[in-house]
Design a protein around this ligand. Structure first.
Ligand code: ZN
Length: 85
């Protein structure tokens, strides 16, 4: 019997929120991105591990690592039209 198992990188955009960038200090669109590794068995994704969250500034391109709580809060606020900070 053959067993097909693999780990592949996974990246997805959680939200695009507008708030001030820590680097360029512009009020610009910030892309909140979750990345990690996903374990696959045959053609079924099992789970994602080693998750990291970053914010990418659309104005200057700065990539800032953020906590999961910050990323979730930014995604919630973006979904409801709120502002961060
Ligand atoms: Zn910036």
């Amino acid at each position: 019997m053959f067993l097909f198992i693999g780990v592949f990188p996974r990246e997805r955009e959680l939200a695009v929120a507008r708030f001030r960038c820590d680097r360029c200090h512009e009020d610009a669109e910030q892309h909140v991105i979750e990345s990690g590794s996903r374990l696959w068995l045959f053609f079924l994704p099992l789970f994602t591990f080693s998750r990291q969250y970053v914010v990418v500034c659309e104005h200057c391109g700065a990539v800032t690592e953020v906590t999961r709580e910050f990323a979730k809060r930014a995604a919630d606020l973006a979904a409801h039209g709120g502002r961060l900070r």
